[in-house]
Design a binder for this molecule. Structure first.
Ligand code: ARG
Length: 479
């Protein structure tokens, strides 16, 4: 009977070893506890490798048939939860291979011809990540759609625009929301761009130097949907910059998320009162009966921390590693998995929460009135009448001072009062001092005028319907 090297992993390299691995070292070095998540990608990659070996006459008809049969059963076992994962078999690759060999004998042992776990794991991670990139692209499009659809009804809803969190100028609520759509659209672009670099095939690099078997790498790439080969075997097995790029995307995207989440928290607070959130996104307090806390938004803001932390962790993991593969690379998986899970869940929940936002236009307008948001409009008005802008600015500062002293808005000052502050003020100033007039005046591309904002809504709708910048309109179903 042929020896089964993987019955006990120690025997996979047994001849050289004089003592077994300690239980602690086994636990310390094993990755099967988390990398089993790559099982479907691992099997897919192995099948493509086996079919290519067969096409190259390296594997017989019978061996290929046996491998396909065994892998189908392993897939079913994993799906059913009956697959017996073994810590002593270290990782997902050795677990699957050992089970294959147990099921189909020598054919299972021939699968690894011309391959190493080094090019295997790099292939698995890329395949898996590509699928997640596509799922996240859909979720990102879903969040954009939720924001665009909320914006669509609020091109004329005035709110204070802020700088330094001080009331600055009136903007529409839609305009404010569409700022986030722009951010997430760029995130989607980044994601689409990095996908091309994730989608390259390491298999064929073997351990580090390539292989002496006549493998057909293009065949495997085509079968797995990779758009290019990794062209240097040392680089193929060792770099994880595709994971770094994804994590950088994720970090930036979560920074955008955290800003939106922060505004939702502010807007919902009693001091703003601009919006309300559905109860299902809030929690109460165990001591203060009156509390409704925006926990989901706060967590979305907080979870940006772990994603950014994972990016730092991965950068440091890769820094200074000599070529080629090092076991350090096994540490790429948990941060990457957690990044994917965190970003995906956050995008989904935020899209749902945004769709359920109840807008309170009166509160927004009240806040815009309180802050002399049309002061710039008055200065612009005087400048249009020939007053040098710096002088106009000064005159309006006086007007604000007068209004503040009386506790009224600029629009509530009489024409005579305004004219006392600057003789160039005429009766047509009234329109300029309204919030709606201020917004309407900013009609250039990118401005807050309702007509302009409505055009932006349509542009985003068309873009999202086409799948540009992140795919279809609907977020992916629960996975
Ligand atoms: N579990 C390993 C990883 O995630 C697979 C590659 C192991 N290769 C090796 N030469 N020990 O990186």
């Amino acid at each position: 009977m042929a020896l089964d090297p993987l019955a006990n992993k120690q025997q996979a390299w047994s001849a050289l070893f004089s003592e077994p691995m300690s239980e602690l070292v086994q636990r310390y070095t094993a990755s099967v506890g988390f990398d089993r998540r790559l099982a479907q990608a691992d099997i897919e990659g192995s099948l493509a490798h086996a079919r290519m070996l067969h096409a190259q006459a390296i594997l017989s008809d019978d061996d290929l048939a046996a491998i396909e049969r065994g892998m189908a059963q392993i897939r079913a076992e994993i799906a059913a939860g009956s697959f017996a994962w073994k810590l002593e078999l270290e990782d997902v690759h050795l677990n699957v291979e050992a089970r294959l060999t147990a099921l189909v004998g020598d054919a299972g042992k021939r699968l690894h011809t011309g391959r190493s776990r080094n090019d295997q794991v790099a292939t698995d991670v890329r395949l898996w990540l590509r699928g997640e990139v596509d799922r996240i692209a859909l979720l990102l499009a879903g969040l954009q759609s939720a924001l665009v659809e909320l914006a669509a009804g609020h091109a004329e809803t005035v709110m204070p625009g802020f700088t330094h969190l001080q009331v600055a100028q009136p903007v529409s609520f839609a305009h404010h929301l569409l700022a986030y759509v722009e951010m997430f659209a760029r995130d989607a672009e980044r994601l689409a761009d990095l996908r091309r670099r994730v989608n390259r095939l390491p298999l064929g690099a073997a351990a580090l130097a390539g292989t002496s078997f006549p493998l057909d790498r293009e065949h495997v790439a085509r079968a797995l949907g990779f758009e290019a080969l990794c062209e240097n075997s040392l680089d193929a097995v060792s770099d994880r910059d595709f994971a770094l790029e994804f994590s950088a995307f994720a970090g930036i995207c979560m920074v955008h998320v955290s800003r939106l989440a922060e505004e939702i928290v502010l807007w919902m607070s009693q001091n703003f009162g601009f919006i309300d959130l559905a109860d299902r996104y809030c929690t109460g307090s165990s001591i203060m009966p009156q509390k409704r806390n925006p926990d989901v938004a706060e967590l979305a803001r907080g979870k940006s921390g772990r994603v950014i932390g994972h990016l730092m962790g991965l950068l440091v993991l890769m820094k200074g590693q000599p070529l080629a593969y090092n076991k350090d690379n096994q540490e790429d998986k948990e941060p990457l998995f957690d990044t994917v899970d965190t970003v995906a869940d956050t995008l989904r929940i935020l899209a749902e929460m945004v769709s359920g936002i109840v807008v309170k236009p009166e509160a927004m307008e009240r806040a815009a009135r309180r802050g002399y948001a049309t002061a710039t409009d008055l200065a612009d008005y005087l400048a249009r009448k020939g007053v040098p802008f710096r002088d106009a600015h000064e005159a309006v500062a006086h007007a604000v001072k007068v209004a503040l002293g009386r506790g009224v808005d600029l629009a509530e000052l009489s024409l005579a009062e305004l004219q006392a502050l600057h003789p160039r003020v005429e009766a047509d100033v009234a329109e300029v001092l309204t919030l709606a007039g201020s917004m309407k005046a900013r009609a250039l591309v990118g401005g807050t005028a309702p007509a302009q904002v409505q055009r932006q809504v349509e542009r985003h709708r068309a873009r999202l319907a086409q799948g540009v910048g992140g795919g279809a309109l609907q977020p992916a179903a629960d996975s």
